[in-house]
Design a protein around this ligand. Structure first.
Ligand code: PLP
Length: 383
């Protein structure tokens, strides 16, 4: 058994990130300032889009996108049951009603055919989640949105590097929302960013993200002289800090290196586990770029003789951290009580949620860590 616990999703933090944060601290500009502006520029250039607004989480990014999309009480927003609760909570916070459409069991992404069945006169938007870093079927989703006049808000929390037929995730919809939480592919501690397609949506998000104060209010303490601000609507405190952006600026320089490392680990896992009685991630077609955010194994007790939860415990006993992405949203009591959702009504998401395990896939893993994970998985399933 390996010595020391292998933490699931631990990020790589280099000396460059540390020095950039120290630089912010020495300049005493800790809050929203020049480094946030620089991070926004780096990210928008990476995505090749004009408008990117940094915020303090992907949850905030989703909330603001829904508000800027004009969602109101009584409106419905369709999303996937195979996601983190934040996707659904953001819809509820916007005042709209979430509606779930089941997933394709192979890709684990929202199934366009299931969306069609849920559309009615109240439907105003779709939030697809590019699960594990694999893009949703954006041709089908954009076609549905066009035919029914719906807005698309992409939840790209897993999908910083993802591309679909040569086009980058987050640029298909009206909005693309990204997370830089500690376990994500690029980290700022807490943090997120919104890409907006249209200038007016971008301006609205900028205003909503900082108390509803008129644009560029953060510049009011700069050397350009005092500027009065005006509050033009009731906004939120969702701005990113320079301390966070400092980490992100240096992380973005390593995005390709980290991606290649995770791709290699992914391929090693797939080769090592090919003979095991478990379901591995679906093959990746050549016209997409997978972000390799999560490596999921499906444990079917009938084939393995061990339940998913027993497998999780066995991995932890061997000092390997794991994750579950995700128990389907309708498994949680709040949503059952608030919306009457039942897991059985979304059978593909329910089945995957009850059998899935995510094993470590961070660029931080050493060759020895990867060998330990492979040995642990094989030894448990060989019993
Ligand atoms: C992590 C995550 C979020 C929330 O991101 P935060 O930055 O932590 O708010 C939203 N959706 C999905 C699919 C996620 O994995």
């Amino acid at each position: 058994m390996r010595e020391g616990f292998l933490v699931f999703g631990s990020p790589v933090i280099g000396d460059e990130e540390i020095e950039e944060v120290v630089d912010s601290m020495k300049s005493a500009w800790l809050g929203t300032g020049p480094k946030v502006a620089k991070f926004e520029k780096i990210f928008s250039e990476y995505k090749n889009v004009p408008y990117a607004a940094a915020v303090n989480s992907c949850t905030a990014a989703l909330h603001l996108s829904l508000l800027a999309a004009g969602l109101k009480p009584g409106d419905e927003v369709i999303t996937t049951p195979m996601t983190f609760c934040a996707t659904v909570n953001a819809i509820i916070h916007s005042g709209a009603t979430p509606v779930l459409a089941d997933i394709d069991p192979l890709t684990m992404n929202i199934d366009p055919a299931c969306i069609e069945n849920k559309i009615n006169a109240k439907t105003k938007a779709i939030i697809p989640v590019h699960f594990a870093g694999r893009p949703c079927d954006m041709n089908a989703l954009c076609d549905i949105a066009n035919r029914h006049g719906l807005r698309i808000i992409e939840d790209c929390a897993h999908a910083i590097e993802t591309e679909y037929k040569g086009r980058k995730a987050g640029t298909f919809g009206d909005f693309g929302c990204f997370s830089f939480y500690v376990t994500k592919n690029i980290v700022t501690g807490e943090g997120g960013i919104v890409l907006a397609n249209r200038e007016e949506d971008f301006s609205r998000i900028k205003i909503l993200a900082l108390h509803g104060m008129s644009k560029d209010a953060w510049k009011r303490f700069s050397d350009e002289g005092y500027k009065h601000y005006q509050v033009v609507e009731c906004g939120f405190k969702y701005n990113m800090m320079d301390l966070q952006a400092a980490i992100g600026i240096r992380q973005m320089a390593k995005i390709e290196e980290y991606w290649l490392r995770r791709k290699k680990i992914w391929e090693e896992y797939s080769a090592a586990f090919s003979d095991l009685p478990v379901t591995l991630p679906a093959d990746i077609p050549s016209d997409i770029k997978h972000a390799y955010h999560l490596y999921t194994i499906l444990i079917d007790e009938e084939k393995t003789g061990i339940s998913r939860d027993e497998f999780l415990n066995a991995m932890h006993r061997l000092n390997i951290g794991t994750g579950v992405h995700y128990l389907s949203v309708p498994e949680h009591p709040y949503y059952q009580e608030a919306f009457g959702w039942k897991p059985e009504d979304y059978p593909n998401a329910m089945k995957i949620g009850r059998s899935t395990v995510s094993i470590p896939l961070s660029a931080k893993l050493t060759d020895k860590d990867v060998a330990d994970v492979i040995l642990a998985v094989k030894s448990i399933l060989a019993r």
